[in-house]
Design a protein around this ligand. Structure first.
Ligand SMILES: Nc1ncnc2c1ncn2[C@@H]1O[C@H](COP(=O)(O)OP(=O)(O)OP(=O)(O)O)[C@@H](O)[C@H]1O
Length: 296
């Protein structure tokens, strides 16, 4: 298990991240969400010791990564903003990664490049954004590190490349019990991928959601009532997601048989359950509008 304890990073006297603690287990896909500039990349850089933490520790199976650097090999992160890959050809990249990740699987690296029609002789910087994203994920998988951080891996990618990346991540978790920590400022990208989502807000971890629990309790319902008045029952127990004419779409974060009976008693003209998205869940669970990306 990888444990982050009370991690803090201050830059120019500002807390960028503060008091961040969470556990991350093999086989878990953890989403990290938060608005642009909230500190997601800073958290990753601090976890991998590219930034010196002002406070706190990161440990794998109780081995502090700072005190026992050999354990850092178990944690993979490519800094997509400042990386040294740009001037190298794809077939040269394994030479670097092998130095750190001793179990780097070169044969699989070549095989995956071929599978995605990436040419080993091409320079990294000549690749399109989507191709670079794929190469980053391929490097992450073939490093054979059990804990993999992907920073905004879907940003700006078309749906096919996104699906390719999601499938690779899911296969890797299923086959090898690797752990992924995936950041995104867009919740839709994590839908169906993460079991758990950490929400970073105001430099702290505001929530640690177990999505299965949240989904089990919540319901999204489309309703139409005879008159235009919104019933108090809805105001008390649900979040309004959308209104279009007389059609209300609401999410009940904690739906119970009693609530269902009370709703029926209001005799709606239409009452229909809709599939819940991750975005709905977050809207319903955040008591105040955070202005968060999900509102786009
Ligand atoms: N080296 C640095 N020097 C100065 N400020 C920094 C540095 N690194 C990060 N910051 C500041 O810390 C804040 C968090 O940045 P960070 O890149 O971690 O956010 P993020 O959540 O990854 O954002 P995005 O979703 O836009 O990628 C920003 O205000 C940024 O300007």
């Amino acid at each position: 298990m990888l444990r982050v304890s009370k991690l803090r990073k201050t830059i120019e006297h500002h807390d960028i991240i503060n008091d961040i603690s969470f556990d991350w287990r093999p086989g878990e896909i953890v989403g990290l969400v938060g608005r642009n500039g909230v500190g997601k990349t800073t958290l990753f850089r601090t976890m991998t010791h590219q930034y010196v933490a002002d406070q706190g520790t990161v440990a794998i199976d109780d081995h502090d990564l700072l005190a026992e650097p050999a354990y850092q090999r178990q944690l993979f992160f490519i800094d997509t903003q400042y990386n040294f890959l740009a001037n190298y050809r794809l077939n040269e990249l394994p030479d670097f990664y092998r130095l750190v990740y001793r179990d780097f699987d070169q044969a699989r690296y070549r095989e995956l490049l071929q599978r995605f029609n990436l040419h080993a002789g091409d320079q990294y910087r000549q690749l399109s954004k989507g191709m670079r994203a794929l190469v980053n994920v391929i490097l992450a998988l073939t490093s054979n590190a059990p804990y993999i951080i992907l920073d905004e891996p879907f940003d700006g990618l078309d749906v096919i490349v996104r699906e390719n990346i999601s499938t690779m991540v899911i296969d890797e978790v299923a086959d090898q019990q690797k752990g992924f920590l995936i950041s995104s400022h867009d919740l839709n990208e994590l839908d169906g991928l993460s079991d758990r989502v950490l929400l970073l807000k105001d430099s702290r971890l505001a929530h640690d959601y177990n999505l299965e629990d949240v989904r089990e309790k919540a319901r999204k319902i489309q309703l139409v009532f005879k008159d235009k008045q919104i019933p108090d029952l809805l105001k008390q127990h649900s979040k309004l997601i959308r209104v279009s004419g007389r059609v209300l779409v609401v999410v009940f974060p904690a739906y119970t048989p009693e609530l269902a009976a009370q709703l029926q008693a209001l005799q709606p003209v239409l009452m229909e359950e809709l599939p819940l998205t991750l975005e709905d869940l977050f809207r319903a669970n955040l008591s105040q509008d955070t202005g968060y990306q999900m509102m786009k």
